[in-house]
Design a protein around this ligand. Structure first.
Ligand SMILES: CC(C)(COP(=O)(O)OP(=O)(O)OC[C@H]1O[C@@H](n2cnc3c(N)ncnc32)[C@H](O)[C@@H]1OP(=O)(O)O)[C@@H](O)C(=O)NCCC(=O)NCCS
Length: 230
């Protein structure tokens, strides 16, 4: 089910606990929360983003089908006792992503979408935003590591013309799996910029108004969803 209205934003210290919750649902070996807190101290060297669900639709759908027993009961009681003028819950984090930017190199360190929101374009929104930020910071290319078994993520990166350029043997400590090193095309290459523009237009059309403008980010959501794409 595609649902929810989403907004990209820079990750803040207030997001770290919620990002940790989503990360534990995405990864076998999540980062400790202290690692995010450390990263957020150096925004000039990196960029960490969250995608907030302003409506909470995905999480509500999950809870209505899974909230049973004690957790379900406490949820019902708390919704019955909440006053109409109580402040709304903080929008939940549907996904997150980050990269380091050093000199001409941008390197994606993490990207994840809560399983309840996967398959509706949000991972691509996060990846496209990192590409955009890397281009804005004048990086020459974007690199990352991905598990050799992670076909879903590899397909996402291939969609943005990233290719496998190397292998890091036994890179993942939880199961000794190898990582592939994937590298983008040169980010200043006009043919890549044209491809990126096309991908983003298609993505905005797919999001069909479900991504609202981001007050703090240059990510442009104003591309008309109906504009024709080659
Ligand atoms: C990888 C991940 C971020 C993708 O996020 P997502 O929101 O589910 O993906 P999207 O809906 O944006 O899909 C974008 C593209 O990813 C690929 N993709 C997504 N789901 C896929 C699937 N089930 N099978 C194959 N490819 C898939 C496709 O190329 C898709 O483009 P398409 O819809 O035009 O075919 C998400 O699956 C995730 O969080 N996985 C767990 C964490 C992880 O592995 N992170 C990557 C670490 S390197």
């Amino acid at each position: 089910m595609d649902g929810g209205i989403f907004q990209l934003d820079f990750m803040t210290l207030d997001d770290v606990a919620e990002v940790g919750r989503v990360e534990r649902r995405c990864f076998a070996n999540p980062w400790p929360q202290s690692a995010y807190r450390r990263e957020l101290r150096y925004p000039e060297q990196n960029c960490y983003l969250v995608l907030r669900d302003l409506t909470g639709d995905g999480r509500r759908a999950e809870h209505s089908s899974t909230a049973t027993g004690w957790r379900g009961l406490t949820r019902i009681v708390s919704s019955l006792t909440r006053k109409h003028d109580d402040p709304p819950d903080r929008p939940g984090v549907a996904g997150f992503a980050g990269m380091w930017v050093m000199y001409e190199e941008a390197h994606i360190t993490t990207i994840g979408v809560d399983p309840v929101y996967q398959g509706q374009g949000l991972g691509e929104v996060l990846l496209a935003a990192l590409f955009e930020e890397a281009i804005n910071r004048d990086a020459a290319r974007l690199t990352l590591e991905v598990r050799v078994s992670n076909r879903v993520a590899q397909r996402l990166y291939e969609k943005y013309a990233m290719t496998v350029q190397g292998v890091r043997p036994r890179y993942y400590t939880d199961n000794g799996e190898d990582a592939w090193v994937m590298v983008s095309r040169p980010l200043r290459d006009p043919s890549f910029l044209a491809l990126f523009d096309d991908r983003r237009r298609l993505l905005m059309r797919r999001m069909d108004g479900r991504l609202v403008d981001s007050p703090h980010l240059p990510f442009d959501t104003a591309i008309p969803a109906t504009e024709s794409v080659e």
